[in-house]
Design a protein around this ligand. Structure first.
Ligand SMILES: Cc1cc2nc3c(=O)[nH]c(=O)nc-3n(C[C@H](O)[C@H](O)[C@H](O)COP(=O)(O)OP(=O)(O)OC[C@H]3O[C@@H](n4cnc5c(N)ncnc54)[C@H](O)[C@@H]3O)c2cc1C
Length: 267
């Protein structure tokens, strides 16, 4: 289906982008367009103006600090993250991006677009929650930092509100991470996924079991403790054609234990 008529702006700075968003309340940020253009074609969204973020240098780049902290620009694509030498400081980032869909989606889709679309089946929301990342959100009143666990508010809803932009994601140092998923066929959408980080405590974030990632903290990293912690988290997953709620509950225990096992093998 063809797009409806829509205005287009390609600001050169973050300040200009925020200015266009302030001037046009019906404007929306355009990152890789992999989700937004599809929902516009389906007439599920009808922004007045698309604010293309592709020409804004402040939103690009991957920087590795001397302490191992990574700063990822919101407009970094999955492919750039996979190829980045700096991002190998936290190998799970590239490993998970390599599991997203196909080459075209990874070439165009950005990490900012991935988390801002807050699709419960996406790979990156639970990953950043498990890693304890911080999201920087800029708006008319300046900048604020939102922990990943507080960023996701619902399906397609995040803490980056109207007139605001996610500018970067800050990932703390660490290497003991894991990710496991059961997907609909090879390279397919996840039915359930889990990201784990065992750098100090044991943090597991479950995806596809609710509107937003569910963070589970376990007392220990053995399989029984992880599975028990997932059971105690009282998740209430949806049923659909791919899996019943009960099967998703079962899968959540399985993928959580696998993700923690992978993370533990990297200590
Ligand atoms: C066929 C297909 C299969 C896919 N499969 C997977 C998968 O298996 N796993 C997975 O994780 N992902 C998957 N995706 C999603 C993909 O990886 C992208 O992350 C996603 O489409 C959005 O990224 P984008 O850069 O294209 O954002 P866009 O489509 O441009 O934007 C998405 C939304 O985020 C908002 N937005 C974007 N950037 C910002 C910002 N900086 N600040 C504020 N708001 C912003 C936009 O306004 C829009 O509402 C798939 C996509 C497609 C098309």
């Amino acid at each position: 289906m063809l797009l409806s008529e829509v205005g287009y702006a390609r600001p050169a700075t973050l300040e200009q982008a925020l200015g266009v968003l302030a001037d046009y309340p019906g404007a929306r940020a355009l990152a890789g367009g992999q989700t937004l253009l599809n929902v516009m074609k389906a007439r599920a969204a009808a922004p007045d103006v698309l604010v293309d973020l592709a020409g804004i240098p402040e939103l690009k780049g991957i920087e590795l600090g001397s302490d191992g902290t990574l700063e990822l620009g919101a407009m970094v694509t999955s492919t750039e993250l996979i190829a980045s030498a700096e991002a190998r400081a936290r190998p799970i980032l590239g490993e998970v991006c390599a599991q997203i869909a196909d080459v075209q989606v990874r070439n165009r889709g950005t990490i900012g677009g991935n988390v801002c679309s807050s699709d419960p089946t996406n790979h990156l929301p639970p990953l950043f929650v498990a890693l304890g990342a911080d999201f920087t959100v800029a708006g008319p009143n300046g900048e604020r930092t939102v922990p990943a666990k507080d960023f996701f508010l619902g399906v397609y809803m995040t803490a980056a509100g109207p007139g605001e932009l996610l500018t970067k994601i800050t990932v703390p140092p660490g290497r003991s991470d894991g990710f496991a998923a059961v997907a609909i066929g090879a390279d397919g959408t996840c039915i359930v996924n889990a990201a784990a980080s065992v750098n100090g405590g044991v943090r597991v974030a479950l995806g596809c079991v609710g509107a937003t990632p569910v963070l589970v903290e376990a007392p220990d990293s053995d399989s029984d403790s992880i599975r028990g912690a997932v059971r105690d988290s009282a998740i209430d997953p949806p049923s659909d054609v791919h899996a019943s709620a009960d099967y998703r509950r079962h899968l959540a225990e399985v993928v959580a234990a696998r993700a923690v096992e992978q993370a533990g093998g990297r200590t």
